[in-house]
Design a protein around this ligand. Structure first.
Ligand SMILES: Nc1ncnc2c1ncn2[C@@H]1O[C@H](COP(=O)(O)OP(=O)(O)O)[C@@H](O)[C@H]1O
Ligand SMILES: [Mg+2]
Length: 312
């Protein structure tokens, strides 16, 4: 199999799987369309519909129609939310099994690193990236002391996304009120992720990185009365001119988790830019709307470049 690189057409019989959960999602459709434009076949794949069969001499992955998936590469739009450790593990382990013989982009390890707000911060620290102070603990006492120290704290789920489940607590609140809120969260999550609240101009910056390049950025302006700027929480995308500092930070952050393409969230603190997170399954819709940049085209080109390198 050979897949041509950028701007050219590839083998008409090349089969690229696009891992998705919502076929109507803008980014999923853009990936499928851009692959088809190059002449290759694009197959939407919902990992939750796949089965695996293993014997001493055989391993195969197949769908509900018992068709084997013979793919040349996989592009991951999103893996979806799972309800148990077993289902989410199975999805990632399917990707890891695919990765044994074909290119999977982003790599499952990169997606897992990025989705984990504790481990990604550990990797950012190792890469000497600027990040807000963060404490992770299951101990109520440690959490109370952290709030006292940081004064203004954001509490997030370790595996959260789209701004869901994020709250702000202040050390000025009555101690009993804070303790009861933390107990409630501990009961729900078992572990607390507490981060100093970074004073900011009511927006964050989402930079799109593909390969070694930052393609563009948007400000996401928080809706009135909210400190969370995610578009899914009512944030508004506005074009942001990329500075050299933003580019460098975003590229290093994507590299730290091992992502080939990523949406990197930065926040403008009083003392400069801080890194908030890397999303290794980012939506391309906001930046298309605000800047007219279709990042999915470049992602598909990079996939082909990686496939070509792999086959050499
Ligand atoms: N430490 C913080 N200080 C100030 N605002 C924050 C902080 N952490 C998150 N936010 C706001 O909440 C949003 C969502 O946080 P983020 O860590 O990116 O989680 P998610 O994965 O849910 O997007 C950010 O885009 C930002 O607007
Ligand atoms: Mg975010």
């Amino acid at each position: 199999m050979s897949i041509a690189t950028s701007h050219s057409h590839c083998d008409a019989d090349a089969k690229i799987g696009v891992v998705l959960t919502d076929p109507d999602d803008w980014t999923a459709r853009a990936f499928l369309n851009n692959i088809r434009k190059t002449g290759a076949n694009a197959f939407p794949i919902d990992l939750s519909t796949l089965s695996a069969s293993i014997a001493a001499s055989d391993f195969s992955i197949f769908n509900a129609d018992s068709e084997y998936l013979k793919l040349d590469a996989i592009l991951v739009r999103d893996v979806g939310i799972s309800f148990s450790l077993e289902t989410i593990s199975f999805k990632f382990d399917l990707l890891r099994a695919f990765e044994n013989s074909i290119i999977v982009m982003n790599r499952p390890t990169a997606i897992q690193n990025a989705a984990n707000k504790f481990f990604s911060f550990y990797l950012f620290k190792l890469a000497c990236l600027p990040i807000p102070q963060t404490v992770i603990s299951s101990e109520l006492e440690v959490a109370m002391k952290t709030i006292e120290k940081f004064e203004s704290v954001v509490v997030k789920p370790i595996f959260g996304s789209q701004g869901e489940g994020i709250i702000k607590l202040e050390s000025s609140q009555p101690e009993s009120e804070l303790a009861s809120k933390l107990r409630e969260l501990l009961k729900e999550r078992g572990v607390l992720y507490l981060q100093e609240f970074v004073s900011n101009p009511g927006r964050d910056i989402r930079v799109f990185v593909v390969g070694e390049e930052a393609l563009g950025a948007i400000y996401r302006i928080s809706r009135k009365g909210s400190f969370v700027s995610n578009l899914s929480q009512g944030g508004t995308p506005v074009k942001c001119e990329l500075t050299g500092e933003m580019k460098e930070l975003a590229i290093r952050a994507a590299r730290a988790v091992g992502a080939d393409f990523a949406g990197v969230d930065l926040i403008e603190g009083e003392e400069g830019l801080l890194l908030l997170e890397v999303n290794a399954t980012p939506s391309g819709k906001g930046i298309k709307l605000a800047c007219g940049i279709d990042v999915t085209e470049r992602v598909v080109e990079l996939l082909y470049e990686r496939v070509e390198g792999y086959n050499k």
